[in-house]
Design a protein around this ligand. Structure first.
Ligand code: DAH
Length: 351
């Protein structure tokens, strides 16, 4: 091997040993740089004869080309390797399933509420909303609850600490019934001018769904639960209207007429007479069992008076139903707490 072949071989070995572009540039300088070995060889030709210069120059040039070729090959190999590393690092697994934005669903209680609102709206009922923090007056007194009624006890009712400044006692409403007097007073105010001009008052016909609160917690009771209040007051609205409205509601809500409904005498301070409404399915898993679905009754004359109306002229009915209970029956849910646990495995069944 002559000196040039040895030089080319050394350059090839050094280039191959360079594992980064920077190492390669350093190796290159040793051969092709200003003080590089090939450059030195070219400088050393000054002492040669013209003939020697010719053959020696051609040989050196040829060696130089081989070194340059080796350099370029290594440059490409390093760039290629770098690209591979980068591609590997940024690799996309196109076989992975796509990530979807989850589609939400309505909560079963919300769905039940919307059904209830749609059904009563179709029967001409207004839908009203009221405060969940309620005054003692609307929640109890206006509804004919005597001051010493057990429902007012700390064991049953969440009281809100008002620090005694204005003397108004507030509680988380224990039922939606306070909406009866609230709404009736709003209604009377809305039609006052008409009534002052001698026009009859349009019937009060409203449902008020919403959250209610009691100190109570087990498989069928939650401290927060939902009720829907119904109220229809006018001239000559009777118990038979209550029956017709409520039976029609249950048939629509459960989408069946295969059921029995009974009005069982009961007691509530704000209705007289009062009735508990029970229903029994004629088929399905609950067939043959009486299920309590609502309280109801004819609005008590004292409550009519608290609405600012003359009980000799205005009469009507009210009912208060547990929405959670209706939803449990409709969707076949046996533990009320499932509605409020926030477990997506349960909730996503209702999408
Ligand atoms: N407010 C009663 C309760 O929570 C339910 C009720 C009964 C409402 C009779 C009414 C009614 O409007 O007439 O237990």
């Amino acid at each position: 091997m002559n000196d040039l072949d040895a030089l080319v071989a050394a350059a090839q070995a050094d280039f191959t040993a360079a594992s980064t572009p920077a190492d390669l540039e350093n190796a290159k300088a040793q051969y092709l740089g200003k003080a590089g070995r090939l450059t030195e060889l070219l400088k050393g030709m000054a002492a040669l004869t013209p003939d020697e210069k010719k053959s020696r120059g051609a040989a050196i040039n040829e060696a130089k080309q081989r070194v340059e070729a080796a350099l370029n090959a290594r440059r490409q190999a390093l760039a290629e390797a770098e690209l591979q590393v980068q591609l590997k690092a940024e690799a996309l697994d196109v076989t992975l399933p796509g990530r979807h934005r989850g589609t939400g669903g309505m909560h079963p209680i919300t769905r039940a509420m919307e059904r209830i609102e749609a059904i009563f709206s179709s029967m001409g009922f207004d839908v009203a909303d009221g405060p969940e923090i309620e005054s003692d007056w609307y929640n109890f007194t206006a509804l004919n609850n005597p001051l010493n009624h057990p429902a007012r006890s700390m064991q049953d009712t969440f009281y809100v600490d008002t620090k005694g400044t204005d003397g108004i006692s507030l509680n988380l409403r224990t039922h939606t019934s306070p909406m009866q007097v609230r709404y009736a007073l709003q209604h009377a105010r809305r039609y006052k001018a008409d009534m002052d001009a001698g026009h009859p008052m349009p019937d009060i016909r409203v449902i008020a769904p919403g959250r209610t609160y009691r100190v109570d917690s087990d498989a069928t009771h939650s401290p927060m639960f939902h009720q829907v209040e119904g109220l229809w007051v006018g001239e000559g609205i009777s118990f038979k209207d209550l029956k017709a409205v409520y039976i029609s509601f249950l048939q629509q809500f459960f989408e069946t007429e295969d059921m029995q409904i009974r009005f069982r005498p009961s007691y509530f301070p704000f209705t007289e007479p009062s009735a508990e409404i029970d229903m029994m399915f004629g088929s399905g898993p609950l067939k043959g069992r009486w299920l309590e679905v609502s309280g109801s009754g004819q609005v008590h004359p004292q409550v009519v008076r608290n609405m600012g109306l003359d009980p000799e002229r205005y009469i009507g009915f009210a009912f208060g139903s547990g929405i959670d209970r209706l939803a449990m029956l409709r969707y076949g849910v046996s533990d009320l707490r499932a509605f409020f646990d926030g477990d997506l495995r349960f909730l996503s069944q209702f999408k």
